[in-house]
Design a protein around this ligand. Structure first.
Ligand code: PBG
Length: 334
């Protein structure tokens, strides 16, 4: 295509010479409309708790979650993703708290919904906040049961939607979950509810800080490799995505983000569907810790990590940096 270009007629540094020219020639741009802000919910009123493995991120009681949703709306962030922190007494072998219509997450959804804000509410569907072993599915004799788990996931999705959740995000990686959830939503008259499928979710060490954030860290043993994907695989991710799309997913997530940019590009090229990256807790922790040590510049590293997702083909990113980035974008600092 451009094989006959040569120096000195072509000097690529010309376009890079000034700030305005770099802006003019930029192929991608990060906007506040790209951001999804994950938030951790805890019981109580007026409570905020630090999460040691995620400096700068806190668990918030519902009143503060509402304030965060208002702040997000003000900043133009299009959606928040809510995650419950579950105490030991609410966890059981079968994770039945997941479909209690008055559980913490449903109560939080209703509270935010009642504010009447122009903001999307996304909720995970997976049992790990509710099982006594921290697994995403029901365990029997050391095995995670697929089809038995599906029935519970459907009930979980339905109570969340009935509480006012806009986007259901199954992150459990059971086979067939998108299809059964889509069917249940249709049958219950919720045909407008979107499904954002965690289609390519890898069995990753980068989820460590999240597990302590939701209270799974001390209960979870072992790994999730019988349902989450092998980091060695890319073709399999395409299969997962094509299945989820055929079962009724409206959007897909690749997770984690930064180590899997190749998967994002491949997926976008192959499926041309709205595609999101989850820049997970471990990625946040890594960047924040190095910045806190003064080993690199926080803002530059954060922005570079996020524009990489746009370049790879993402429509948006779930990121704990969302409010910080939104503030920076507002100040026209970028
Ligand atoms: C639960 C879930 C996880 C994350 C989002 N939903 C953890 C896991 O699968 O163990 C990770 C998010 C993060 O690390 O920021 N299914």
């Amino acid at each position: 295509m451009t094989s006959n270009i040569s120096y000195p007629a072509t000097r690529l540094r010309r376009n890079r010479g000034t700030h305005w020219s770099r802006r003019l020639n930029a192929e991608n741009e990060l906007a506040v409309s790209d951001l999804i802000w994950p938030l951790f919910v805890i019981n109580g009123v007026g409570k905020r708790e630090a999460i040691p493995a995620m400096p700068g991120v806190e668990r918030l009681s519902i009143d503060f979650i509402c304030a965060a949703a208002e702040e997000a709306t003000r900043m133009g962030i299009p959606a928040i993703a809510l995650f419950p922190h579950t105490t030991h007494d609410k966890r059981t072998e079968k994770g039945s708290e997941a479909y209690n219509p008055d559980n913490l997450i449903c109560t939080a959804i209703r509270a935010v919904r009642n504010l009447g804000l122009d903001i999307g509410i996304i909720c995970d569907v997976a049992l790990d906040p509710y099982t006594s072993n921290g697994h995403d599915g029901i365990m029997w004799k050391n095995e995670i049961l697929n089809d038995e788990t599906l029935a519970v996931l459907v009930r979980q999705a339905l109570v969340q939607v009935e509480a006012g959740c806009d986007i259901i995000a199954p992150s459990d990686m059971m086979d067939g979950r998108i299809g059964v959830i889509r069917k249940a939503l249709e049958d219950a008259g919720h045909s407008t509810v979107q499904i954002m499928a965690y289609s390519a979710k890898y069995a990753s060490a980068f989820y460590g800080p999240f597990r302590s954030a939701i209270g799974s860290f001390n209960v979870f043993k072992g790994d999730k490799r019988t349902y989450q994907m092998d980091p060695a695989n890319a073709d399999e991710a395409m299969l997962e995505i094509s299945l989820d799309i055929s079962e009724g997913a409206d959007m897909i997530i690749i997770k984690p983000g930064m180590p899997y940019l190749d998967i994002i590009r491949k997926a976008k090229d192959q499926f041309a569907i709205p595609t999101f990256a989850y820049q997970v807790s471990g990625e946040y922790a890594m960047l924040k810790a190095a910045a806190d040590k003064g080993w690199f510049d926080y803002e530059s590293a954060m922005l570079e990590s996020l524009i990489a997702f746009k370049r790879a083909g993402c429509n948006g990113v779930l990121t704990y940096f969302a409010p910080t980035v939104a503030t920076l974008l507002k100040k026209h600092k970028i």
